[in-house]
Write a protein that binds this ligand. Structure first.
Ligand code: NAD
Length: 472
């Protein structure tokens, strides 16, 4: 258990996903009493057995400690959890709708349930990433419904002396910035805590709740807090798309993106983070949040030109691998291509919007045999891309391959022996989609190496990746 400051509070977290489960577990480890409410019965069964339904380093161990201390429990019963709660965290998903907007149905369902069941004052903390103005709308929706229940609430003796139902449910927007794979670290040592509220009571409660965390707190209105979350993700995505465009330019001008990014990153105003060129960003946040922000701008009548380009560049970058492969080994029909790494990044089993999905589907469309390996995400990808063959190890995946494409920089791929790689392959091409392997050693072992924006290796003549991708 972490050392705790402040008063212990009763917390209800709604949604046992990457955010809800890790947040609930960490808050319980601070000594708060936490009930995580989840509607998915299969997930609850896994949790009831003391197991974690997602892969997140350290989570299972910390959860076991919390369960032993009885500071954490799981339930499907929101009404019972609300009977005790001082604060309720909303951590349900807000995925992309077909038009790019955030799908808020889960948030609306939870808001209506709370408005129907609430029988004591709470602070409602929205952690889900939601469009600017959503928390205000949630507050209005709940307060109106509570207003219709005011006689019942007065009879229960919970209506404040002022008679204002607003005081029964103070709505706060508190964006989450955790990174999958490093979620526990990010929750305990965040760069900042942003609290969007105009309520002193809510602010005091959250300061108590987060008292064990040593991080600057920025207090804003709810809309600005919502905008901070989108702006942060959109800006990071911009850095990635920028450096990927720069890498593509390096390939045709003979510069090396590693040196270029190193030189750029030495400028404190730029910083060296998020300057790694590669096959594009994926995951549950950047793709959906950039598209949602574009939708927000569009709805507001504003043309967000930079962000349009960021999204477009990323889509093209994911497909660039296909153009490189075609260019370097010709017709892909009948070839065997090994994909190393399928998760959108290392240390997670999450494949949402992973570049591997686009690459695997495109290769299958071209008639290639695609065999993939990932330490954690293989089954998730097999469910999404049924045509892919899943290997039990990296060595098995590369056996007889014409080309290898490294898509996720899992540590174990850095340990692969170049001579073994070469001897097991039928062909000799290795595309390092994350620029993490040692090109010299690979080339010495007889492999043709292609990094993203690297001067080293066989760059060939990469065509415009937009050309000829019928299923793009
Ligand atoms: P997720 O899909 O992994 O988890 C959401 C969970 O909520 C699911 O288990 C789902 O069954 C549950 N749920 C939905 N409706 C429910 C209801 N009515 N009652 C109880 N449970 C319900 O999502 P996630 O990745 O944890 O993301 C949650 C939110 O946090 C999203 O808005 C996301 O954008 C944001 N976020 C995610 C991350 C991340 O790295 N995953 C980081 C920062 C912010």
């Amino acid at each position: 258990m972490h050392e705790r400051n402040g008063n212990p509070l009763n917390i209800c977290v709604i949604g046992a996903g990457y955010v809800g489960l890790t947040t609930g577990t960490v808050l319980a480890s601070f000594g708060h009493s936490v009930t995580v409410v989840e509607k998915d019965a299969a997930k609850l069964d896994v949790l009831a057995a003391g197991k974690v339904p997602i892969f997140e380093p350290g989570l299972e161990e910390l959860m076991a400690e919390d369960l032993e201390n009885e500071s954490l429990r799981f339930s499907s019963d929101l009404a019972a959890a609300l009977e005790e709660a001082d604060a309720v965290f909303v951590a349900v998903g807000t995925p992309s709708s077909p038009d790019g907007s955030a799908d808020l149905r889960a948030v609306d369902v939870v808001s209506d349930e709370i408005a129907r069941l609430l029988r004591r004052p709470i602070v409602l903390v929205i952690k889900s990433t939601v469009p600017i103005g959503t928390s205000d709308a949630v507050a209005d929706r709940i307060h109106e419904a509570l207003g219709r229940r005011s006689d019942e609430l007065a009879a229960l003796g919970v209506l404040p002396a002022s008679g204002r139902v607003e005081e029964l449910c103070e709505v706060v927007f508190c964006p989450e910035f955790l990174r999958e794979g490093k979620a526990l670290l990010d929750l305990v040592h965040p760069h900042r805590i942003v609290i969007g509220t105009g309520s002193t009571k809510a602010l005091d409660l959250l300061k108590d709740l987060f008292a064990s965390i040593d991080a600057p707190i920025l207090v804003t209105d709810r809309r600005s807090a919502e905008a901070i979350k989108y702006a942060s993700n959109a800006f990071l995505a911009t850095k990635i798309s920028f450096v990927n465009e720069m890498a593509n330019l390096c390939e045709v001008t003979g510069a090396d993106i590693i040196d270029v990014a190193t030189g750029m990153g030495m400028d404190e105003r730029i910083g060296d983070k998020f300057l790694q060129a590669g096959v594009g960003y994926g995951g549950s946040c950047f793709p959906k949040d950039t598209k949602a922000l574009l939708h927000i701008a569009d709805t507001a009548g504003y043309k967000f030109s930079i962000l349009e380009a960021v999204v477009d560049v990323n889509e093209r970058q994911k497909r660039r691998v296909i153009a490189i492969l075609r260019n370097m080994i010709g017709d892909l029909a009948g070839t065997k291509i090994a994909l190393l790494g399928l998760a959108f990044k290392p240390e997670t089993d999450d494949i949402r919007e992973a570049p591997s999905i686009v690459v695997a589907k495109e290769l299958l469309h071209e008639g290639a045999d695609v065999i993939g390996y990932d330490p954690q995400a293989a089954q998730n990808l097999a469910n999404e891309v049924p045509g892919i063959v899943i290997a039990g190890s990296a060595e098995e995946a590369i056996e007889g391959a014409d080309a290898i494409v490294l898509l996720t920089e899992w540590e174990e791929f850095l340990q692969l022996d170049p001579v073994t790689i070469r001897s097991r392959m039928r062909g000799d091409l290795l595309i390092d989609g994350r620029n993490v392997l040692d090109p010299e050693r690979l080339i010495q072992a007889g492999l043709r190496y292609h990094g993203i924006g690297r001067r080293i290796g066989d760059l060939g003549d990469v065509r415009d990746p937009g050309e000829g991708c019928e299923s793009c």
